[in-house]
Design a protein around this ligand. Structure first.
Ligand SMILES: C[S@@+](CC[C@H](N)C(=O)[O-])C[C@H]1O[C@@H](n2cnc3c(N)ncnc32)[C@H](O)[C@@H]1O
Length: 207
């Protein structure tokens, strides 16, 4: 889907995604000390807003202007005094990741459900890794290919689904080490079985 198609999807009155953070973001990032974070393809900003509420300086970047506008509106109503720690920007994940406002890099680069095929996905991951500080975390969460036959919901096009080994392979040649790579079950309201997500944590190395 291009940005126009995503804009159309975000043009309705209701939120497209949940208003709270992704369960794996909460689990993995919750124990971390706040720093600077960017959520690549951050959509309506649910994860970056949650980060900003916890003291992170958080950027939500998405190529859909409608998503970015919605993230700004949601942040303004939810964050109060913390709104200064949040920004939403229009940015293509296939281009260099926007730097933090005050320069430098990010302690956390998050990819949550960026649904694109392998080749552009590698490009996006490379830009995300470039934007991370040495020692920083690059957290990738996506619908697993195995979700198609064994899980629930999500995109039905296998080209945009990535199992853990495919995400690890996308990191080959990048200055990262793999901290963990798992296939995780995510409960889905009303479904008789959970969704299967890929959750990979990379650590950014010195280049
Ligand atoms: C399934 S949504 C996930 C949104 C958000 N990460 C979340 O978990 O709530 C996928 C998002 O990827 C964005 N997207 C797709 N391709 C992109 C690209 N090349 N650059 C930036 N954003 C992109 C879409 O606009 C959409 O907001």
């Amino acid at each position: 889907m291009d940005s126009t198609a995503w804009d159309e999807r975000y043009s309705g009155r209701d939120l497209v995604w949940s208003s709270g953070p992704n369960v794996f973001v909460e689990e993995i990032v919750g124990p971390m000390s706040p720093g600077r974070a960017v959520d690549v393809a951050g959509g309506e900003g649910r994860n970056a807003i949650w980060l900003a509420a916890r003291g992170w300086h958080a950027t939500s970047a998405d190529f859909s202007p409608a998503a970015v506008e919605r993230a700004r509106t949601m942040a303004a109503s939810r964050l109060g005094a913390g709104a200064g720690r949040f920004r939403a920007v229009v940015a293509d994940a296939l281009q260099p990741t926007p730097a933090p406002v005050d320069g430098g890099g990010y302690d956390l680069v998050l990819f949550a459900y960026l649904q694109i095929p392998d080749a552009p996905w590698r490009t996006a991951l490379g830009h995300g890794v470039d934007a991370a500080l040495p020692g920083g975390t690059v957290l990738v969460i996506c619908h697993a290919e195995r979700n198609l036959g064994e899980g629930t919901g999500g995109p039905q096009d296998p080209a945009v689904l990535h199992d853990p080994d495919a995400v690890i392979a996308a990191g080959d040649g990048l200055p990262v080490s793999v901290v963990s790579a798992e296939l995780r079950e995510r409960p889905v309201d009303g479904a008789d079985r959970p969704a299967l997500d890929t959750v990979v944590v990379f650590r950014r190395l010195e280049s």
